[in-house]
Design a protein around this ligand. Structure first.
Ligand SMILES: [Fe+2]
Length: 284
């Protein structure tokens, strides 16, 4: 069956049909999927039945499955049964302990592994259990926000580097500065040239970016707040309403994502695998 691509919103996102991710993909399928992902930034496959191994194989088709960057001590007991690169995102609790990371509630806009000096290019998330309402993921197109920046801000921040920090488990940033022992940090350009498409994207985010270096604190705060407001504009977003069996893959170099709140008492379970930068897509 041929791979077909169906746009999901004017801003970004496409659904890919005609693919069964429970089996290895051929060269043409890998190329078609990868090109659609570069073009649409977020791709969605519906009604998939994927084991842990299927998910790992898909990650390796798209590059190389990413190493788990969080401290090993933060892996729950439930993860002992999974591949070492798997992270569960879940509010399900066993013996009072969440089996996965980021269990409850709303999560601010961010992109994954920005706290690391070598972030992973893609994140893939597979839906296993989904609450009856809430928990949607909002994706924001960072090519569009870069293009929409006022010229004065673009000139002021051209060539600037920002300091990004993350305290694992934080979903809403409440402090200007994080300095807990579990915190990781990295410096990245404010404007990133996408290494594959060549397009410029904004690469700061509300959850992890603390300051633009070389600017005084007040100016940095003012410019970042203006950018964070721009990044949330509805015309730059695609909102994904999860269904069991969805596999979603997004580009961490040109999108942000955020999570809406959902009922604490309802179960939510997704399996996450990241894909490392650099490798070309591969068929099995
Ligand atoms: Fe995330």
């Amino acid at each position: 069956m041929a791979v077909t691509v169906h746009t999901l919103s004017p801003a970004l996102g496409a659904e890919i049909r005609g693919v069964d991710l429970s089996r290895p993909l051929d060269e043409a399928e890998v190329r078609g999927i990868y090109d659609a992902w570069l073009a649409h930034q977020v791709i969605v496959f519906r009604d998939q039945t994927m084991s842990d191994e299927d998910h790992i194989r898909f990650g390796n088709h798209m590059g190389k499955v990413g190493e788990y960057k969080r401290p090993k001590t933060m892996r729950s007991k439930a993860l002992a049964d999974y591949h070492e690169s798997v992270m569960l995102v879940s509010n399900i609790r066993e013996d009072g302990e969440p089996i996965g990371a980021l269990p409850d509630g709303e999560m601010m806009f961010h992109t994954d592994t920005t706290y690391d000096q070598k972030p992973h290019k893609a994140t893939t998330l597979y839906a296993i259990e989904i609450p009856s309402r809430g928990g949607e993921t909002l994706f924001a197109n960072q090519y569009m926000t870069y293009d929409a920046l006022p010229a004065a801000i673009r000139e002021r921040l051209d060539g600037c580097v920002a300091y990004n920090a993350y305290e694992f488990g934080t979903t809403i940033k409440t402090k200007e500065r994080y300095d807990a022992p579990e915190m990781r940090s990295a410096r990245h350009p404010v404007f990133l040239r996408h290494p594959e498409t060549g397009r410029m994207a904004l690469y700061v985010n509300e959850l992890m970016t603390e300051q633009v270096e070389g600017l005084d604190e007040a100016e940095s705060r003012r410019l970042l707040d203006e950018i964070f407001a721009l990044q949330k504009r509805p015309e730059f977003l695609y909102e994904h309403r999860w269904r069991v069996g969805d596999l979603v893959m997004w580009d961490n170099r040109c999108t942000l994502h955020a999570r809406r709140d959902f009922p604490r008492e309802e179960r939510r379970l997704l399996r996450r695998i990241t894909v490392e930068d650099g490798a070309m897509p591969r068929a099995a």
